[in-house]
Design a protein around this ligand. Structure first.
Ligand SMILES: NC(=O)C1=CN([C@@H]2O[C@H](COP(=O)(O)OP(=O)(O)OC[C@H]3O[C@@H](n4cnc5c(N)ncnc54)[C@H](OP(=O)(O)O)[C@@H]3O)[C@@H](O)[C@H]2O)[C@H](O)CC1
Ligand SMILES: [K+]
Length: 490
């Protein structure tokens, strides 16, 4: 959980590298530190034996030559295979290749014979096309033989910017050692899975290079927003923590109930559920702290939303894809108060992103899963980070695009990637709980980007450590434990 919050694109990483060199750090020293960190990571995690170090034609390969030297010194038997002749290497890679006094083999599957571990120093940030020829054969052989791989910077074949594979083959690593700051590809799927454990090494790049880079992408750790978490203060009352309203469903009642409980646990001062009187008892049962409001007809709806003390609304879970849901969603947005649009309240804007954008006036968070996202924004292309950013920019809302690698994007370009959600969260109703936590955060006055990041993190954290058998009902009551961790997790 701990570690820096900033995530750098490949281009920003190169800028950080250059800024460090301009500040007086030698390039070959950065490479020395990088390669040594890779060697140490492997040596710490495995019994000494035989390691095959696979080196590419650029600086990623350069890190490999350094790692080979350090591993040999530590007592590993090293087989180094290079994609290109040592004489063809340039710059810092050429410098470090000259420091290697062992044998150099041609890159082929035979170089893996006898290896207990592999260092993948083929391609890193400079990957520009899919893997072909000898390099593809070797990567295929590594996968077949199931030798543990330690990747330098990123597993070869994976793009640092989005975690997608370029071409049809990529290395699957046990661990990936990267430098200074993580890249989006370490956090987004499938890159996150292909990286294995991600180890961040300090190679001597000064922190202050970030002042000029101004990163806009972050890992969603609590340190990103915890300074603005609305802790209860003395001398305050419940009205200081907002009045959240959930528009519950009539036939599908479970979703709204989960959201209400999550909003209460998430800290909203008051939570009301607004539903037709016929189903009120369903909502009231088992949740005495919930306020129930009879919503019989559109006049009652108008009256309810004209009360400005009600400062955050959730519509969508169990709502139904109907004209009423669309009209209500637009009316809520028109109040200019905080709104969470989820589930059916997103689908009612199918193929109409412009209408949605036009309706948004105040702090708004859209919480689509991939299917709902595609329905509203069928024309948005690109990786998850890019698409979420484009949707936020186009609508003026914060977009929380759900999944194992949930992305939260703000209209101003900031984006965070959530990394603490266990696979068990793929269960019915989990999304309704997330919407409820988010509603609670907004009711307490958090800005929508902070609220969405906090909600995604708390949602993931409340599922941590439960294991198989988790159901959505378990989540709200685990929120207090997750909340206590905001202070200890950075
Ligand atoms: N601050 C840092 O993060 C540091 C990073 N270091 C390491 O440097 C690499 C990035 O090095 P770079 O030389 O820019 O790029 P690569 O080594 O990843 O690869 C570039 C060369 O590979 C060729 N290439 C790319 N894709 C393929 C492919 N599919 N098949 C064959 N060849 C390929 C590419 O050729 P072009 O034709 O595209 O030019 C280049 O020749 C970073 O990842 C870190 O490991 C420093 O050591 C320390 C500081
Ligand atoms: K690599």
């Amino acid at each position: 959980m701990s570690g820096p919050v900033e995530v750098l694109t490949v281009e920003e990483t190169y800028r950080a590298d250059q800024a460090a060199i301009q500040a007086g750090v030698q390039g070959f020293q950065l490479m020395e530190n990088a390669g040594r960190a890779v060697a140490e990571a492997l040596d710490k995690r495995m019994e000494r034996g035989c390691v095959a170090v696979l080196c590419g034609p650029g600086n990623n390969g350069g890190d490999g030559w350094v790692a080979a030297r350090h591993l040999q010194r530590k007592g590993w038997q090293v087989r180094l295979a290079s994609m290109v002749d040592r004489e063809k290497l340039k710059g810092d890679a050429a410098h470090h290749a000259r420091q290697w006094h062992g044998t150099v083999e041609e890159l082929s599957p035979a170089a893996l014979d006898g290896a207990d571990a592999v260092i993948d120093a083929l391609f890193g940030a400079g990957l520009s096309r899919g893997l072909h020829g000898a390099v593809r054969d070797v990567v295929q052989a590594v996968r077949r033989r199931r030798v543990p791989v330690f990747a330098v910077d990123v597993p070869s074949g994976v793009k640092g910017d989005d975690g997608q594979t370029l071409g049809d083959v990529a290395v699957e690593a046990r661990a990936t050692v990267t430098f200074f700051r993580k890249k989006p590809g370490h956090l987004l799927m499938p890159g996150r899975k292909l990286c294995g454990e991600v180890i961040l090494a300090d190679i001597g790049i000064p922190q202050n290079v970030l002042h000029d880079i101004v990163p806009a992408t972050f890992e969603n750790v609590a340190a990103l927003w915890r300074a603005r978490w609305p802790w209860r203060r003395p001398d305050t009352h419940k009205y200081d923590y907002g009045h959240a309203v959930v528009f519950g469903g009539v036939e599908a009642t479970g979703a709204g109930r989960l959201a209400c409980r999550a909003a209460l646990r998430g800290g909203a001062g008051l939570v009301s559920v607004a539903v037709p009187s016929a189903v009120l008892p369903v909502y009231a049962t088992g949740m005495p702290s919930l306020i129930t409001m009879a919503l019989d007809g559109e006049e009652a709806f108008g009256e309810l939303i004209s009360d400005t003390r009600k400062n955050a609304f959730l519509i969508g879970p169990g709502a139904g894809v109907t004209a009423t849901t669309r009209w209500r969603a637009e009316s809520l947005l028109d109040t200019g108060r905080a709104v969470v649009l989820d589930a059916d309240a997103l689908t009612v804007f199918r193929d109409e992103p412009a209408a949605l954008a036009a309706a948004i006036r105040g702090p708004t968070v859209l919480t689509p899963h991939e299917g709902e996202f595609r329905r509203i924004f069928p024309d948005l292309r690109g990786d998850k980070l890019t698409r979420a950013r484009k949707a936020a920019y186009a609508t003026g809302a914060v977009v929380l695009l759900k999944g194992y690698d949930t992305v939260i994007a703000a209209p101003d370009g900031r984006a965070a990637i959530n990394t603490n959600a266990p696979a068990e969260l793929a269960t019915a109703g989990a999304g309704d709980v997330l919407a409820g936590i988010l509603l609670g955060c907004l009711a307490q006055g958090m800005a929508p980007f902070d609220a969405a990041c906090a909600a995604a993190w708390l949602h993931g954290q409340s599922a941590q450590g439960f294991g198989p058998g988790l159901i959505a009902e378990d989540l709200p009551d685990r929120l207090p434990t997750a909340l206590r961790q905001i202070e200890v997790q950075s």
